[in-house]
Design a protein around this ligand. Sequence first.
Ligand code: UDX
Length: 436
Amino acid sequence: MDLTLSVVGCGYLGATHAACMSSLGFTVIGVDTDPDKVAMLSRGELPFYEPGLDTLLAQEMKTGRLSFTTDFSAIADADVHFVCVGTPQSKDGLAADLTYVKSAVAAIAPFLKEGALVVGKSTVPVGTAQGLRSELATSAPQADLAWNPEFLREGFAVEDTLTPNRLVVGVANDRAEQILKEVYEPIIALGTPWIRADLPTAELVKVAANSFLATKISFINAMAEVCEAAGGDVTVLAKAIGYDPRIGSRFLQAGIGFGGGCLPKDIRAFMARAEELGAKQALEFLREIDAINLRARQRVIDVVRSELSEDLTQYKIAVLGATFKPDSDDVRDSPALDIAAQLQAAGATVVVHDPKGIEPARKRFPNLQYSESVPECVKAADLILHLTEWREYRELDPSVLGPLVKNKIVIDGRNALDRDKWRNAGWKFHALGRSD
Ligand code: UDX
């Protein structure tokens, strides 16, 4: 294959994209400003946990096609430049912080060769791509810019990159589309739907998809609240409505709600952008989606209080799960950690276990106690909270844990444990949205 690619920003998205594009046969240069990250990646080591990506990265480093550097001039030979930097929530509001995207494009501009294509993959507020394209027209008129949102899920990053359920490209002309078709040719050959859009539509596709997913989760969590009030069972309700193919059964898992580096900040940034555009009312509902999501955390704390006492100072609570979802070490905006921290702030002694997330969690919440083993975590606990649905928690034997705890009370914040198994072993079992 003739094209050489660069990937600017080698975090979660960028490292995945770089390794996957190398596996398709391209020469790929990854650039990042963080020397530690670059050093690790250059050794073939991943700075985060993602199933399958560690082996792919190590394998691709051996081919000699993939390299990482902090030197932006190294991208000069590349034909296509994927911008994969983060767009976190800004410190002073709901909007996305575009500092990294803007500085990434500015940093590569002086090195872009004739005909180079800059391809944004970061999630940005609609209008950003057009703005960056206009800036490039002055700073690097020899280059063009397109937008190609990604939809990868943590835990499935490699699969979602190499066999996505669609490819969406926002382009301003046929040439940009042709270049992207050349890059993605092996993926298109698998029959992957290809959607050409204009720049604003491509940007909107990403935030619309994440808003829909967030809405689906908050919808089922709203139903969970009603089930609790009415004496129903949200897990049965979800199963029953999910058989309607128009609704679908996925993303109807009621519990403590969504977190992570995408859904929460994306819906907030979308609201902020809609307001700037004069379309505030259209996205008012997302405010409610966010509120339902945050309320789920509070509801767990309410159950803990009603089981133990308003005053939690005398109690030890074992928290199983710190990451925002299983098969990830990501604790950004994790509902599990938020609940753990709130319980500790309320005076409880909280000990947190997680198969992969203890170190990142400790960095964020150094004052929480952590335990490397489940038996140690639950020892003498007054209550167990199950907050991230790792497989190993589903496989726990409640009759083995029983003698270790002080009170056999478990709250399933993810509706993932086998209720009968726990009850048969003598546990008091609560789950969000199940009144029984
Ligand atoms: C999400 C999108 O799915 C992905 O397409 C996008 O590119 C990035 O954002 P990710 O953040 O990896 O991906 O997580 P996802 O699997 O979507 O889960 C998000 C959160 O929702 C997690 O905290 C998860 O626990 C929660 N969730 C998910 C539920 O509470 N219930 C569900 O039914 C599904």
